[in-house]
Design a protein around this ligand. Structure first.
Ligand SMILES: Nc1ncnc2c1ncn2[C@@H]1O[C@H](COP(=O)(O)OP(=O)(O)OP(=O)(O)O)[C@@H](O)[C@H]1O
Ligand SMILES: O=C(O)c1ccc[n+]([C@@H]2O[C@H](COP(=O)([O-])O)[C@@H](O)[C@H]2O)c1
Length: 195
């Protein structure tokens, strides 16, 4: 079984995340993609605007009905800082027969050498990097060990980020069509990211 891991803060999840997962699913022939909201993101200084439960709720709404997408609370249940090596080690023990593909946007690719215990992590997963507008993945500058475990995949470019969605909400602007309809409703009902 080939499983994609789509880790993220998802504050909130948006259509860029979904299209990224869909593109990798097709390109790498994945059986499933597991969306994993982080508890405390390792490299972000800002605390998420939505609570962990709200971020998971939104991810669950976003993937509902997709035959291959699942929302998972592995990292939320574990608590603390969500280092990928710890999550992946646990998953490999729990599902020894699965091969995991860790999906990341181009902005994350060049920072892979800084990830906690990256030398161990590259032995456990195949990284899949996606193009993202405005970000150079810098693949050629990566150490060989990381490059060997990295697959780059193209996707329709979507210049969209969770930051942009939070900023639009704070300015009282619509985020319709940037997030799935049910996520948009959830954001409105719970008055998330309002000024
Ligand atoms: N528009 C996009 N195209 C491709 N990859 C994306 C896009 N948006 C996010 N990603 C990737 O999805 C993963 C999770 O991203 P995250 O939840 O931090 O969203 P974000 O939009 O980057 O958030 P923020 O603006 O709050 O930093 C990361 O690997 C990120 O690179
Ligand atoms: O393990 C690490 O050192 C590490 C460093 C940076 C990011 N990550 C993971 O990469 C995923 C995307 O991160 P983020 O914070 O941009 O949403 C998320 O699952 C993080 O846990 C992991």
């Amino acid at each position: 079984m080939k499983v994609g891991l789509m880790g993220g803060t998802f504050d909130p999840v948006h259509i860029g995340h979904l299209l990224a997962a869909q593109s990798v699913c097709e390109e790498a022939g994945l059986d499933e993609v597991w969306f994993m909201p982080t508890n405390v993101p390792p490299h972000k200084e800002q605390t998420p605007g939505a609570t962990p439960k709200q971020r998971l709720d939104m991810v669950s709404l976003a993937v509902e009905g997709h035959p291959k997408f699942r929302a998972t609370d592995f990292e939320l249940r574990k608590g603390g800082v969500s280092y990928s090596i710890e999550t992946v080690t646990m998953l490999c023990e729990q599902y020894p027969e699965y091969h995991f593909y860790y999906i990341i946007g181009a902005d994350m690719v060049r920072y892979l050498p800084k990830w906690f215990k990256i030398d161990e992590l590259v032995k456990l997963v195949t990284f899949v990097g996606l193009e993202r507008p405005g970000f150079d993945p810098g693949v050629n500058e990566l150490p060989e060990k990381i490059r060997e475990s990295l697959l780059m995949v193209r996707m329709p470019q979507i210049e969209l980020s969770s930051t942009m969605i939070r900023e639009r909400r704070a300015m009282n602007l619509s985020v319709r069509y940037m997030v799935p309809d049910r996520v948009n409703e959830y954001i409105e009902v719970n008055q998330l990211y309002d000024a």
